[in-house]
Design a protein around this ligand. Structure first.
Ligand SMILES: Cc1cc2nc3c(=O)[nH]c(=O)nc-3n(C[C@H](O)[C@H](O)[C@H](O)COP(=O)(O)OP(=O)(O)OC[C@H]3O[C@@H](n4cnc5c(N)ncnc54)[C@H](O)[C@@H]3O)c2cc1C
Length: 388
């Protein structure tokens, strides 16, 4: 990457990471593992933001074939980057588990998209076509094979399967990343906010904290999700896209063995008896509360997909904010001298976190080149006010 040397030469000192979410913690852990001195500043609890709220699905296949805007200029680039991230996960999960001593609930059994209606059948056919065009692996279940694989699902016409998708226990991940980062020597300052960026001689040289205290840095990584930092360039502005979710108390055989990605609901069984279901998508909504109507809709959709959930109580409801850039794609790399972006994960920030961290390691001269991140440069044309 052309900018690498600018930063690598000066990165012998401290790297300051703003934000202890999926992106910030992953970067901090990765960079500290390469011997860099890292300080991470988190306004709340590390791992407590969108990572805590998420469904923990690692769904490069489904997200690319179903959710991605087909004519987005960066569609193919996203598929490459998301698949690269997917492939990093097994090794990351293994190392993180070993270092933190915490089970991550990582698995890659695929996601199943059941088809309940004629309209969904058409959407599934379109998704299969799109997956083929993008080179994404898929397979199909007929009604009988689906019933055998997931007997708790309501009778469906069949399903499509993205066999390379998986999931992780996102809450365990937040804790594991925090502990493993500390284990590698990352200085985590929690409960303090970054209020501004320090600049000198045309480069960012550190940050200011909420009590006015400065923290010097050779490079600052902006990973604050939807949290705006005063003085940060406009390309780093993130629109919050609120998502509300619920969790049922349900074990197998009612809980599905695979991640189920219905067209109107998704369900993912986490370790123990926690079955999460989600999620709403509410652009521009910053209020992190839940509302009864949305929760009732999610509950009904989940129970329609898995009738056995009628007897299962909803044990938790919550909401989080997905950070979305102006073109809905991640933003990774140098924003200006001394300032690096690591964010914009939007619907896929958990999936993408290892690849974002690897890309920043490359920018900082302590990792292998990571060319699939190049299209997501903060300097890409049209990031401000571009298509979503
Ligand atoms: C309901 C829901 C479901 C989701 N499901 C999935 C999924 O299944 N799979 C997937 O891959 N992704 C999913 N996502 C998206 C994913 O959670 C996000 O894209 C990802 O967590 C974003 O990570 P981040 O580190 O960029 O931001 P965040 O996780 O938001 O972290 C940013 C951190 O920065 C801190 N911060 C903000 N401002 C400051 C400041 N001034 N000073 C210091 N700290 C600051 C915040 O407190 C926060 O902890 C989901 C999101 C939601 C809301």
């Amino acid at each position: 990457m052309s900018d690498t040397s600018i930063i690598a030469d000066q990165a012998a000192g401290r790297i300051v990471v703003i934000g202890g979410g999926a992106s910030g913690l992953s970067c901090a852990w990765r960079l500290a593992g390469a011997g860099l001195k890292v300080t991470l500043i988190e306004a709340g609890e590390p791992g407590g933001g969108a990572l805590h709220a998420s469904g923990g699905m690692l769904a490069a296949g489904f997200e690319s074939a179903v959710e991605l805007q087909p004519d987005h200029l960066l569609a193919s680039a996203f598929v490459r980057f998301a698949e690269a991230a997917s492939d990093l996960w097994p090794g990351w999960a293994e190392r993180l588990q070993a270092e933190s001593g915490r089970a991550l609930g990582y698995e890659r059994r695929g996601s199943i998209i059941p088809i309940f209606t004629a309209e969904e059948s058409e959407r599934a056919a379109a998704a299969m076509d799109r997956a083929r065009a993008l080179g994404i692996e898929t397979s199909r279940y007929d009604a009988a094979a689906l019933h055998e694989a997931e007997p708790s699902l309501a009778r469906a016409l069949g399903a499509i399967v993205f066999p390379r998708d998986g999931q992780v226990d996102n809450r365990a991940l937040g804790k594991a990343l925090t502990e493993a980062a500390r284990g590698r020597g990352v200085d985590i300052i929690k409960g303090r906010s970054v209020t501004g960026l320090e600049r000198s001689a045309g480069r960012v040289t550190g940050v200011t904290l909420d009590l006015g205290d400065p923290v010097d840095a050779e490079a600052v990584i902006l990973a604050s999700g939807t949290g705006a930092i005063s003085g940060a360039p406009p390309v780093m502005a993130m629109e919050p896209v609120k998502g509300q979710m619920i969790a049922f108390a349900a074990a197998r055989p009612v809980a599905p063995a695979h991640v189920v990605r219905g067209f109107s609901i998704y369900l993912a069984a986490k370790p123990g008896t926690r079955l999460v279901a989600g999620a709403t998508s509410e652009p521009g909504v910053e209020d992190p509360g839940t509302d009864d109507e949305a929760i009732a809709r999610l509950t009904a959709a989940a129970r329609a997909a898995i009738p056995g959930l009628v007897a299962a109580p909803v044990m938790e409801r919550w909401a989080g904010l997905r950070p979305r850039t102006a073109d809905s794609m991640p933003v990774i790399g140098e924003v200006e001298p001394g300032l690096l972006a690591a964010g914009g994960g939007y619907r896929n920030g958990v999936l993408l976190a290892p690849a974002i961290a690897e890309a920043l390691a490359a920018y900082l001269g302590v990792g292998e080149d990571w060319p699939s991140a190049a299209p997501f440069s903060p300097r890409r044309p049209g990031l401000t006010g571009a298509e979503r």
